[in-house]
Design a protein around this ligand. Sequence first.
Ligand SMILES: [Zn+2]
Length: 180
Amino acid sequence: MRPGGNGLGYRDEVPGDRDRHGVLWTRMDAEPGAGRPDFRALHPARQRRTMLERLCQVCGGPADRTSRGWLFLVQRAEVADFGDVEGLLSTKPPVCRPCAALAVRHCPHLTDPLLIRSRKPRTWGVFGGFFTPDPDSDGIVPHPEDHHLPYGHPDARWFLAAQLVIELTRCTVEKEERRE
Ligand SMILES: [Zn+2]
């Protein structure tokens, strides 16, 4: 808890720990190329950069873009849960064409892929968790569930971000990528 009890902070906080909206981000070591990929979790800083710079989330090169927009690959169930492709909130950065095919073949979590084009992916907010003051211990406690939090939310000072969330607008669904 920050001195004065007004939100979260790191004891040795540096400006890079917050984004330009003032939201605090999870710290994680950066060792590109080391270790094995964890397909479920994207590295927070790299996820944010690929989102903001429209880079492919797999190879880091430019994401695929046509007159119909940037290319995104999501699990079909995400769209079903949300109700519509238009306005879908997503933490998955865009992809390039070759990596979309690669991901469909190799990513064990992408069992029912859907390719979406978005002409206007809009920065919406963050995904992560709340930590709030614990009356019993003087400290802070994490909330059991993770949340999507829009930028500008009054409770953002109690939030630790792990992923950037974008809203996919002006969408069209692409021809399907099939598993071979
Ligand atoms: Zn790629």
